[in-house]
Design a binder for this molecule. Structure first.
Ligand code: KE4
Length: 434
């Protein structure tokens, strides 16, 4: 029986860990059932505790762009670990990482390593406030920037899936300084800027939304934000925790040729180890301690083990830009065939793909923001998710997440996925319309 070891482990885990998981996104809350416990993965194949194999479209929520247990990453981590895993003192490898980030993302004049995307985004907002002396920030409904207090105000990702537009524990004092605009709606931003004249420190956004499903910026949206930030002397922060090093070597900035003042990174930059980073204009970054007065610190920031994993993965991406072409072609191959299936099954849907990020929305609406993303038929997704799982396809367990493709996916795996989707869509339609 599938999942019996996962079921046993889940019961055990819940005795010691809230909800049995160390991150709510893994809890299967919006799809129901028992979260799958995995024991190993190689390339795009991930194996659960019962030995069942799945084709993986989560990729640890983005880091595994070159597949699990990518040999250069494994070797780099092994080699580094013999020399200790952390010193809490400066090392050359941190400089190598900073130099590599700057080569791949040329507007990153100064960069600071941290340990997660949340930390990167929290720090970037503090830096923007410290640099401008202003208090408010503008974010977008449905965007997720990690679990920092300032962001859990109508956040996307876990909070959206859990249906809590803002989290208890966030004080009114904090919430008042976070303003919510609508994604792809420049007018909503202009209104907030006007209403809070000269007091908006930053606009932060996912340049391609991934935490309400994959939703691209409409033409002119990013350019419009760039212009508004220049006019209002507001810091433009691109949260590229998901899109960084995925959509291109230079991430969404390079893909859309719109350049932010500060950029945050995570996921891919660590090769699967805990790494985040924030960086950008030297003039802004020089407010960061110890150069400037804005305090930001971390015991394990830039530790040699995590840097070795990140360098190995980013190094491969820098050296082999053809990876982005291959990955784009594979994702387009999948998207085109899934689209055909959805038409054949006469299922209402919208679908967005940017690079190797893709999502299906089971809705008749055209999805462009939080409101329209929410029209997706969550019950249909729930059944579809489990029908795909039964057929050995592991999708992100939420209708409000992007799928993440790794370049270790083969066309044989893609064809298996398409065949599984053909069956799963048919069965889902029957089950949901029963
Ligand atoms: P972390 O703190 O989880 O490393 O990064 C937070 C974050 C920041 N910005 C963006 C655009 C993100 O997507 C994330 C984290 N993404 C979620 C998945 N959508 C991580 C999964 C989880 O929370 O377990």
């Amino acid at each position: 029986m599938l999942l019996n070891k996962s079921e046993f482990l889940f019961n055990r885990a819940q005795q010691f860990i809230p909800g049995g998981v160390n991150s709510p996104a893994r809890a299967f809350k919006s799809v129901g059932g028992i979260p799958v416990f995995f024991k190993k993965a190689k390339g795009s194949i991930i194996t659960d505790e019962d030995g069942n194999e799945f084709i993986d479209y989560v990729g640890s929520w983005g880091p595994m762009i070159l597949g699990h247990a990518y040999p250069p990453v494994v070797k780099a981590v092994q080699d580094a670990s013999f020399n200790s895993t952390s010193f809490g003192a400066p090392t050359e490898i941190e400089i190598q990482m900073a130099e590599l980030v700057q080569r791949m993302v040329p507007n990153i004049e100064k960069v600071r390593m941290v340990n997660s995307g949340t930390e990167a985004c929290m720090s970037a907002v503090r830096v923007a406030r410290g640099y401008t002396g202003k208090e408010k920030i503008i974010k977008f409904e449905g965007n997720y920037h990690g679990h920092g207090d300032a962001f859990l105000i109508k956040a996307g990702s876990g909070a959206l899936t859990l249906g809590q537009p803002s989290s208890p524990g966030v004080t009114k004092g904090t919430a008042k300084d976070t303003l919510n605009a609508d994604y792809n709606d420049l007018t909503s931003v202009e209104k907030l800027l006007k209403k809070n004249k000269d007091n908006v420190a930053a606009i932060i956004l996912e340049p391609v939304a991934g935490n309400m499903g994959c939703i691209p910026p409409e033409p002119g949206f990013l350019e419009g934000l760039r212009k508004l930030c220049d006019e209002h002397e507001t810091v433009l922060i691109f949260d590229e925790v998901m899109t960084g090093f995925r959509l291109a070597r230079g991430g969404a900035q390079e893909r859309f040729d719109v350049w932010a003042d500060l950029v945050t990174f995570g996921k891919i930059i660590g090769g699967g180890l805990p790494v985040g980073a924030f960086g950008g204009k030297e003039e802004i970054m020089n407010v960061v301690a110890p150069v400037g007065p804005v305090y930001q610190a971390g015991t394990l920031s830039g530790n040699p083990l995590a840097m070795s994993a990140g360098l190995a993965q980013l190094g491969a991406l820098e050296k082999h830009p053809e990876i982005y072409v291959e990955l784009e072609e594979k994702t387009e191959y999948l998207q085109k065939r899934l689209r055909l299936l959805l038409y054949e099954h006469e299922i209402d849907f919208d679908m967005h793909r940017v690079g190797s990020m893709v999502s299906i929305f089971f809705t008749s609406e055209s999805v462009k923001d939080f409101k329209t993303a929410n029209t997706t038929d969550q019950e249909f997704f729930r059944v579809f998710f489990h029908e795909m799982l039964k057929r050995g396809i592991y999708l992100p367990p939420s209708p409000f997440e992007s799928w993440f493709l790794g370049n270790s996916l083969t066309y044989e795996m893609l064809d298996k996925t398409i065949a599984a989707a053909d069956e799963a869509l048919g069965v889902t339609k029957l089950k949901v319309n029963e």
